[in-house]
Design a protein. Structure first.
Length: 549
């Protein structure tokens, strides 16, 4: 029996050994094939770079800048406060901010408050009945379509393969308080002898060396690691090149253009005989930036050099280049750098109160973000902010506590509590920025011009206006109540509307058979379904938004 087992084992071994040898040979062949393919990819990209460099020598032409598009000026719409709102909220506000009170006077005030409360409740009930009877269908002049779904970020023409032999050390650099690192060393130094086509082409020829493959590879890895949007990635490349080559030097700009274009983005080199620039193609119309029409396409100058600038622009193209997107479709991973705590309390419900911190690094990024629009429609600019997801630090602090407070409520009750929370109060003269709620003030008075907020910014800055409130409330309703919302634009004023699962009486908009009930976070003290009285007879533009995931 033992002899039979030994024979069987020998036979099995005889069968296995050739198979293992075959597997080993297959792996060797596969690795050889893979390395050959990678080399061909790399050679293909470098061949394209060499061809591009040839065109750089001659493809320059002078262009004059087009004046920047300014953010449209709008009429100043005063915020409104529901009658009796300030009296109703004054009592608990005074307890929070007014110090000690005389007990007898407080008792008398409490009695008066109770006496008034019944009358106010009756008035509110009458108001609700009237709203149910009117149920106004607002006139829609225009519907602005939701932006196209997010597409994949631009990629290099072919796979970028790192070169391990004699690789440079990593250099750390800061991007909005977030540390990134890239392999870079003295063999990456570039010298521009001048700004002629030949000078630029000669310098570009250096980028076929392997150390630049490592640099480009590491940049792309950082983009992926931190989920950087196109705009954040551009800012990252700018931070890297400014640190290593000197801030705003011609060499820094040359390498910035190389890294940017080799990452798959569409750009053009330009100069004014003294300074080298890069012009960026974007699928978005960027406010307040000069631009140039080159071969029928719009290229933006992100540096500020004057609206009437004339530049020599290189028209050389790189294969499969893609325009910059200003969309931020995913939460970016900036390091945490918390601000001081801020407690925000609903004036209509003191129990609906939350303490949060913001992330200074996100705020710094948003400071650089250019306002823009798409499809030649200025109205699309607010969708950019409303469709950018709130960062995880904010939602982790806020959402679990909010869900707990909203538990057991109907969708209408949930939206009403969120609306009242965002409504805060009005402080046009900016006399009391330390009140524990959102305060309304005009952008012109605070910022000197229009300044729309991403949701995180509204949590931090002491003042916000109608667009900021509507953008923030649109996030909260989509995320916490899981309902579709739209932004509603009246001349000079932005509100929003909600598609409830049940029929809610009040002012509303009908879209493809679906009813969206008005919810105005600037009409302080109002209830869902109430339009600001000064907007009642105005036609509206509806801006469709994405459903938050």
């Amino acid at each position: 029996m033992k002899r039979k087992i030994v024979i069987i084992q020998l036979l099995m071994l005889a069968l296995v050994l050739p198979t293992q040898a075959q597997n080993t040979n297959f792996r060797k062949d596969f690795e050889a094939f893979k390395n050959k393919a990678k080399k061909e990819y790399s050679d293909f990209r470098k061949q394209a770079l060499a061809e591009y460099t040839k065109f750089v020598r001659e493809a320059w032409e002078e262009f004059g800048a087009e004046p920047p598009v300014q953010i449209p000026e709008e009429e100043k719409v005063m915020p409104m406060v529901v009658e009796g709102y300030e009296e109703e909220t004054a009592s608990w506000f005074s307890k929070l901010f007014g110090g000690k009170k005389d007990p007898e006077k407080e008792a008398q005030k409490e009695a008066e408050k109770k006496a008034k409360k019944a009358a106010k409740e009756a008035k509110k009930e009458e108001k609700r009945r009237k709203r149910e009877q009117t149920n106004n269908n607002l006139v829609v002049q225009q519907v602005v379509a939701a932006p196209a779904p997010a597409t994949k970020q631009p990629e290099p023409l072919s796979e970028v393969v790192p070169v391990p032999e004699k690789a440079n050390d990593y250099m750390a650099f800061d991007v909005f308080g977030t540390q990134c690192s890239v392999r870079i060393g003295d063999n990456c130094r570039i010298r521009l002898a001048g700004l002629s086509g030949d000078n630029v082409a000669d310098a570009l020829g250096e980028f076929t060396k392997p150390q630049f493959d490592n640099m480009l590879y590491d940049c792309l890895q950082e983009r992926k690691k931190h989920h950087f949007s196109d705009w954040a990635y551009y800012q990252m490349l700018l931070a890297l090149t400014d640190k290593f080559y000197g801030k705003h030097t011609n060499e820094a700009t040359l390498v910035l253009g190389f890294l940017y274009s080799q990452s798959g983005y569409k750009m053009r080199y330009a100069h004014d005989a003294n300074t080298l620039y890069i012009l960026v193609s974007s699928q978005y119309n960027i406010f307040k930036k000069s631009f140039f029409y080159v071969d029928g396409e719009c290229y933006y100058l992100l540096d500020d050099i004057g609206d009437d600038a004339k530049l020599a622009i290189c028209k050389a193209k790189f294969p499969k280049e893609s325009p910059l997107s200003l969309r931020i479709s995913a939460v970016q991973d900036f390091s945490d750098n918390p601000t001081i705590e801020r407690t925000i309390t609903s004036p209509m419900n003191p129990d609906f109160s939350f303490t949060i911190t913001s992330n200074k690094n996100y705020l710094a990024f948003y400071e650089t973000y250019p306002s823009s629009y798409t499809d030649n429609n200025f109205m699309t600019r607010w969708a950019m902010y409303a469709n950018t997801p709130l960062e995880k630090g904010i939602t982790a602090q806020l959402y679990p506590k909010m869900k707990e407070k909203l538990e057991g409520m109907t969708p209408l009750e949930k939206v009403q509590q969120l609306d009242w929370w965002v409504q805060g109060t009005v402080d046009i003269k900016r006399e009391n920025p330390n009140q524990g709620c959102f305060l309304y003030a005009f952008d012109d008075d605070v910022w000197g011009g229009d300044r729309a907020f991403f949701g995180e910014e509204t949590f931090f800055y002491p003042y916000c206006d109608c667009e900021d409130r509507s953008i923030l409330l649109s996030h909260l309703v989509r995320d916490l109540v899981d309902l579709d919302v739209v932004l509603v634009y009246y001349p000079g004023h932005l509100a929003m509307a909600v598609n409830f699962p049940e029929d809610i009486p009040g002012d509303h908009i009908m879209l493809d058979g679906r009813k969206f009930t008005v919810c105005d976070p600037t009409y302080v003290g109002s209830e869902v379904g109430e339009t600001m009285p000064t907007m009642k007879d105005k036609s509206t533009t509806v801006i469709l938004l994405e459903r938050n995931s």
